[in-house]
Design a protein around this ligand. Structure first.
Ligand code: XMP
Length: 305
């Protein structure tokens, strides 16, 4: 990347040129990529930017409230779409089909918002590794390979398409975004849906959301991992309160990485792992087993699907 201020100036000019005189819809997720995109676009086209936040029902605990607080002054429109997303995911077990269903739903929601506001273009915070992994057939990142072929926008504007994550964080610093956003852990576009193996249901999402919150609470400040989270693997036999329970198996993952292309598991102290296990099994009734994932990327990916 060229230096940060030069990048910012060029990106603003590029967005202005590509947007022309039209309005542009963009989805803010609260992550660093979309926040940087929104800040650049706000400078480039002012109130012709139509920022929306899609509450897919697949977001982390308290996320919708947090985003509304963080971006309230941007005139953020919160679109409640959980019912639609769960309906679109019903019965789908194949990981790629799940991503496609989510990508498709997102685009349809964006199109509806564009229609409502008269916007012609779509702005996305796609970064370089998203494109590489989608094009290389590793998996379709929902904002790239998971996108339907037919979309009703004149143009998709992607000002961060050549940047790695650490470069996006530098740009966030250059734009003066809050440190909380600058250093936010990556969170996948398809949300908690890729942290539940197989079919997505409200019950599974509710469990994995609680487990994620516990893992983040125990690890983010203490260990500053590149990413840490919980995933729901399936069900197995357990005993809870003297009763046999066909309970959920939760995997805990915490990795270090530079750019998400490769990753190593954190060698966490045993007492920390043990506390995470006790909290998850005590605080979430349906969970009877917790495992820690020791696999680097490759051969595993960071996310489970
Ligand atoms: P994987 O699981 O491929 O993840 O090793 C690499 C990084 O990308 C994030 N990720 C995604 N981000 N849309 C996104 O915006 C997606 O579909 C997606 N899938 C994975 C993942 O959390 C990690 O930081």
């Amino acid at each position: 990347m060229v230096d940060v201020q030069t990048f910012i100036e060029r990106a603003i000019l590029q967005i202005r040129k590509e947007a022309g005189n039209e309005k542009v819809v963009m989805a803010l997720s609260g992550g660093v990529d979309s926040s940087v995109c929104a800040a650049l676009a706000a400078r480039a086209i002012g109130d012709r930017l139509v920022p929306i936040y899609v509450d897919t029902g697949l977001m982390r605990k308290d996320e919708t409230r947090r985003i509304s607080e963080l971006f309230g002054e941007m005139n953020l429109h919160v679109v409640g779409a959980a019912d639609e997303f769960f309906a679109a995911l019903a019965g789908i077990t194949d990981p790629e089909a799940k991503r496609r269903a989510i990508g498709e739903k997102f685009i349809r929601v964006f199109e509806r918002e564009a229609e409502r506001t008269g916007a012609r273009h779509l702005l996305q915070g796609t970064i370089y590794p998203d494109r590489i992994e989608s094009e290389g057939g590793i998996k379709s990142h929902h904002n790239v390979g998971g996108m339907p072929l037919e979309i009703d926008f004149d143009r998709v504007i992607e000002p961060l398409a050549d940047l790695y994550k650490d470069e996006v964080r530098e740009v966030a610093g250059g734009l003066g975004l809050p440190v909380e956003i600058q250093h936010r852990m990556p969170f996948p576009g398809p949300g908690l849906a890729v942290r539940v193996l197989g079919e997505v249901t409200r019950e599974k999402i509710a469990i994995v959301r609680e487990a994620n919150a516990i893992v983040e609470n125990e690890l983010i400040e203490a260990f500053r991992p590149w990413q840490c989270f919980a995933a729901l693997l399936g069900q197995g036999t357990g005993v809870k309160g003297d009763v046999r329970l066909h309970g959920w198996i939760v995997a805990v993952r915490a990795v270090s990485s530079r750019d998400g292309m490769t990753a190593d598991p954190l060698l966490l102290p045993y007492d920390v792992l043990s506390r995470i296990e006790s909290r998850i099994t005590a605080e979430i009734p349906g969970v009877s087993r917790v495992v820690y994932d020791l696999t680097p990327k490759p051969p595993a990916t960071i996310e489970y699907e």
